[in-house]
Design a protein around this ligand. Sequence first.
Ligand code: PGA
Length: 247
Amino acid sequence: MKRRLVVGNWKMHGTARDLAEARELTRLPANANRQVVICPPATLLHRMSRIFEGTGLSTGGQDCHSGESGAHTGDISAAMLLDAGASFAIVGHSERRSDHGETSANVQSKAQAACKAGLAAIVCVGETEEERDRNIELEVVGRQLLESVPENANGDNLAVAYEPVWAIGTGRTPSIDDIEAVHEFARKQLVERFGASVGNSIRLLYGGSVKPNNAEAISNSRDVDGCLVGGASLNATSFAAIAKAFG
Ligand code: PGA
């Protein structure tokens, strides 16, 4: 059985005092069936990684640059994330795609850089509300997947997060049938591209308004191997409840 992956994305939230939530989270009982990760702002990454040492919990960055180093003011390389204690890097989150104009080609370069540095990339894809209304979500997700996931992807160095843009931070989620339809489609594409063994080993996460009260249903959905959680990951109690629903 694949190990479930539960990832919290703190986005641009959190200063030193919020590390209390990370300390609280260390009380979550270890469970071999699930991997629990928090991606805090870069300023907290090192301190949070220290707090998680020896607990089985992991940290990740929310983005990385595609280059190894250089004149890129404000950017952070994958090696720097690793150096600060991270094991993962989210790339291509819809907020990065819209706030910073990141294309799927950019996302693929970032994912490649993350893997090369020894991190596992969490590649985000998902349709907008307008695209969902036009019933072209599979086409959109298919294209993003194809263009964002690098050739050397496998179950150890990469996970995919399906996050419908209209479900992020809104309290709205697709129906379980709709989540399963997109995940089934994504799985098929990964298997066609990478072969059954690798394609089936890449974990598919659902993201967008995952809360303690819907985590169980989402966790039990076909082809859902974990989740990416924004708002509900800021609080240790709600994030722990979600993690427990996944393993
Ligand atoms: P949300 O965010 O859980 O607050 O909807 C999810 C995400 O953006 O990863």
